[in-house]
Structure formats: C-alpha cells, structure tokens
Design a protein around this ligand. Sequence first.
Ligand code: NAD
Length: 264
Amino acid sequence: MSGIMQGKRGLIMGVANNHSIAWGISKALHAQGAELAFTFQGEALGRRVKPLAAEVNSDFVLPCDVEDLASVDATFSAIKERWGGLDFVVHAIGFSDKNELKGLYADTTRENFSRTMVISCFSFTEIAKRAAELMGEDGAMLTLTYGGSVRVIPNYNVMGVAKAALESSVRYLAADYGPKGIRVNAISAGPVRTLAGAGISDARAIYSWNQKNSPLRRTATIEDIGGSALYLLSDLSRGVTGEIHYVDAGYNITSLPNLDRLRN
Ligand code: NAD
C-alpha cells in the first residue's frame, strides 16, 4: 500500500469500539499506508479492539491502563522491542466519574478531580516522555481535547478543567521536544457520540445544539477528525507544533446561535 504515511509506524491509544474517535483516526492513517499498534484498557475492550486492529492489518495489540504506570512502561518496552522506534502516537484517552459530569462544577470531589487529571491530562505527559525516547526527527504526537476547556459547557465540569491543563501540556511538550524535531498538537473535536461522550449528562441535547448552530449545520464525524489527524501526524504539517486545531464544524467561532431558529 502506498500513501503519505508509508513507512511510518505509530501507536494508537484509546480505541474502545468502532465509534471511537481513535478508530476514525486509525482508518485515515491506515488508508495512507501507516503501520499501527493499539492499546486497550481491560480485557472486555480488548475483545473489541483486536478484531478492529485486524481490519487495519495489525496484530500488535497491547493492554494498557494509564492509571498503572507499569503498564505504560510495558507498552513502550514492547514497542521498542518489536519496532525499535516510533514515528507517531495518538492519545485519545479521557475519564471522569459520570456522577460529576452533571450539576455544579463546584461539587467536584478532590478524589475525582485528581483521578480525572491523571487519566485525562497527565497520562499524555507520561506517554509523550516515553514516546519521545523512541522517536527521531519528524516524530509527531497528538491528543484530543474539547472546547469545554475554554468556554463553559453545561455538565462538562471537571473534564473542562482537565482539558485546559491538557491543552497547556501540549504547548509545554511542544517546547520541550521541538528542538528534537518532534511535534506535539491537539485536535479540539466537536461532540461525537462515543462511550466517553455518553458519560456527559444531556450529551444528546449538546450534540443536537451543535448540529443546529455550527456554521456547517452538522457535527464533525470521526472521519472528519481522522482527516485532520492525518495532516497533523504526517509530514504535511512539518511546520506546525503546539497547536490546538478545532475540528468542530466551526462551532467554536459562533457567539449568537443560528438566528433563523430564534426568529421561528
Ligand atoms: P471512547 O470512549 O471511544 O474513548 C475513550 C477511551 O479512553 C477509551 O478507549 C477508554 O478505554 C480510554 N480510557 C479511559 N480511561 C483509561 C485508562 N485509565 N487507561 C487507558 N485508557 C483509558 O470516546 P472518545 O469520545 O473517542 O474519546 C477519545 C478522546 O476524545 C477523549 O480524550 C475525549 O475526551 C476526547 N473528545 C471526545 C469528544 C466527544 O464528544 N466524544 C469531543 C472532544 C474530545
């Protein structure tokens, strides 16, 4: 197979099923010739991820729970042993207690704040450090964020705070690894119907609001996000690092909602 990712090898972290954003990204990378490895969290998801990996000709599928640093280390040891190096990594991992993805942000507990930050934010830093050790010049890293980091979205609460920290991490990591030629970027995706997305209270209403009020009058699909990820992970974006790139059908530029709807 030929394509702009021909000869590149990358690790995809965060496929849960065929609705996952990471799966949309995987399909786009595979179509352009990338060789992929996958991680999964827990055996139940492993049973879903292995057949998906096979669809993109990968049998390199590893367990990894980012709350367990030993499993993160084991993942990168396995990559080093089998591939010797790494060209790109995708971090599409997020978690918070769904009981706190509703109601007031002020009611967030200390325990869930810490857990949300470790899984949804700090894991990217731990992964970036290990990935960078395996990357040469032109390495690329990508994480996924959401506009609830910079504006208040009902019920997004502590995830918004974690995503703000994640976006800041992207800039610091880009500065850390830029001198090695390694780029670090994020995609800020609009709402997508995924397992993680369903954990947010009123997710359907937020999704439908975005559909009606985005400039493109729809939400971004996992294929849309895959296309933008392909750009950010390929040599096409060699001059781009530390960027938060919105793939949200333009929703982030809006202030007043669609006036046609207010008039009717
Ligand atoms: P998803 O449920 O398909 O993926 C979330 C992934 O996080 C799962 O694969 C899950 O196993 C993984 N994960 C959670 N805790 C983990 C842990 N301790 N160790 C390892 N993996 C763990 O949902 P998604 O929407 O595709 O989410 C991917 C990323 O995109 C997340 O960072 C999410 O916040 C972000 N995002 C989602 C949306 C949306 O509307 N769905 C919008 C913008 C950004």
